[in-house]
Write a protein that binds this ligand. Structure first.
Ligand SMILES: Cc1ncc(COP(=O)(O)O)c(C=O)c1O
Length: 465
């Protein structure tokens, strides 16, 4: 007998086709009746409305860190909704947001211990930008309003976060964006800096030059991801973040780590910035803080900065959101972080990192379409090209075809749900839930292998390789 849930699942495809707006979807994807409709998740796997099983190779959107189907997280949400569904953090507090803030502060090093909650990664970055400006105002430097971020970085969709975003395709429809944002080179091509010291890296020199050109007295904030996702899964070279810190200190600029993907175990540490030796003033987070069982974002700010603002004539951080620190979301964050800690998930990621990497390196050896494997922890990308032994790259239209059709279809046949990203170099993204064990990773390798066989076949046909 069909249950109420079965009936709802069966109706979803038609209802979506009629009524549901699709995010970042081309007209064909928006109207595609064959779009994926997922109805259930367990561990690292998802089931669609046709009963087919998929390995969740992207942890949703880099967010289901603890894996799907956790009854303890669901129970935490339910218990909190019953006890107190809503109270604000507008000059008031409640137990779950207080506990979540204390827990997150206890995980963050040094004086990074004031936690300000919002609802998403975009809002978290928006908060960091606004805090930096008001902090500088409070210190008698109201001209410091500019924000520096890196080319191809994704920092969100709200207009401040989008202005920091460096992806031309996302920016262009909304130009002109806010004028006081400046984009600087990322670390693409400099993962191995060889003999070049961090201080001499051209991508770092360009940042210092940009600050000087803008006028250091006008620059408020520099924001970057520990490992930059879009643009090629860019692991910074040795000492890169230490040099960023030195540059920021030299010119009085605040330094923010966008930990929205990299945080909560993704790189094998509580925070991605720890992995790369960074010492940020502000850390933004979202996604993995609740393993996506409820929406939550936020920032952690160094206490002296908060005190500096509050003790000044400015005295108020003029920013907030109705649902910031929502009791249900923050109760879920506490349950999620507790589970990540008790199950030693960051340690598990570090233990399996070499196995993950070795499996991908082996795939790269077998497939000439894999130009490079990049990443850390449980965040990897395979950079793709027609043939890594030649300098040939995919043309822009081939890249769209490879990422938008060839690989998507091949992965779907293999039972793998993940992203082939054509926003920078063509990348196959692999970021499974952090609870994936060797068996799941082996399953992932088999699926990627079969998708790459199809890609190699397509390349051979269209390039005569
Ligand atoms: C690095 C980074 N920053 C910010 C965001 C924006 O987060 P949200 O989609 O929750 O607004 C994302 C989302 O993917 C992200 O990957």
């Amino acid at each position: 007998m069909a249950t109420a849930a079965d009936k709802r699942d069966a109706a979803a495809r038609e209802q979506a086709a009629q009524y549901l707006g699709m995010h970042f979807a081309s007209a064909s994807a928006w109207r595609d009746p064959e779009r994926p409709v997922f109805v259930r998740g367990e561990g690292c796997y998802l089931w669609d409305d046709k009963g087919d099983r998929y390995l969740d190779g992207l942890s949703g959107l880099f967010c289901v860190n603890i894996g799907h189907g956790r009854a303890d997280l669901a129970a935490a949400a339910s218990a909190q909704a019953e006890r107190l569904a809503f109270a604000t953090n507008w000059s008031a507090a409640h137990p779950p947001s207080s506990e979540a803030a204390a827990l997150i502060a206890s995980l963050a090093p040094g004086d990074l211990d004031v936690v300000f909650f919002v609802n998403s990664g975009s809002e978290a970055n928006e908060s960091a930008i606004k805090f930096a400006r008001q902090y500088h105002q409070s210190q008698g430097e109201p001209k410091r309003i500019k924000v520096i971020s890196r080319e191809m970085a994704y920092h969100g969709t709200t207009l401040g976060a989008l202005s920091a975003t460096g992806i031309p395709r996302f920016r262009e429809p909304f130009l002109p964006l806010l004028p006081w944002f400046r984009h600087v080179p990322n670390t693409y091509g400099w993962e191995q800096a060889g003999d070049v010291s961090a201080a001499e890296l051209p991508c770092l020199r360009a940042i210092e030059e940009a600050i000087i050109e803008e006028g250091p007295e006008t620059v408020a904030l520099l924001i970057a991801e520990p490992v930059q996702n879009v643009g090629g899964v860019l692991v910074p070279p040795e000492d890169y973040w230490r040099e960023l810190r030195r540059i920021c200190d030299r010119y009085g600029v605040l330094l923010a780590s966008d930990d929205i993907i990299c945080g909560f175990g993704r790189l094998g540490h509580w925070f991605g910035f720890e992995r790369v030796g960074a010492e940020p003033d502000i850390v933004t987070f979202a996604k993995g803080v609740t393993s996506a069982y409820a929406p939550l974002g936020g920032m952690i700010v160094r206490r002296p900065l908060v005190d500096g603002l509050l003790d000044s004539p400015v005295a108020t951080f003029t920013h907030g959101a109705t649902f910031g620190g929502h009791p249900v979301s923050t109760a879920v964050a506490v349950a999620n972080i507790t589970a990540l800690r008790e199950e030693r998930i960051p340690e598990h990621v570090l233990e399996l990192e070499a196995y993950f990497r070795a499996g991908l390196d082996e795939l790269a050896l077998r497939h000439r379409s894999v130009k490079e494997v990049r990443g850390a922890g449980f965040l990897y990308g395979l950079e793709l090209a027609p043939d890594r032994d030649t300098a040939r790259e995919f043309t822009p239209s081939e890249k769209v075809e490879v990422c938008g059709r060839i690989l998507l279809d091949a992965m779907s046949r293999a039972g793998l749900f993940t992203r082939a990203d054509d926003r920078g170099p063509a990348m196959l993204m692999l970021a499974p839930p952090l609870v994936a064990d060797r068996t799941v990773l082996d399953d992932l390798f088999t699926m990627v292998d079969s998708a790459l066989v199809e890609l190699d076949g397509w390349v051979a046909k269209s390039h005569g390789v």
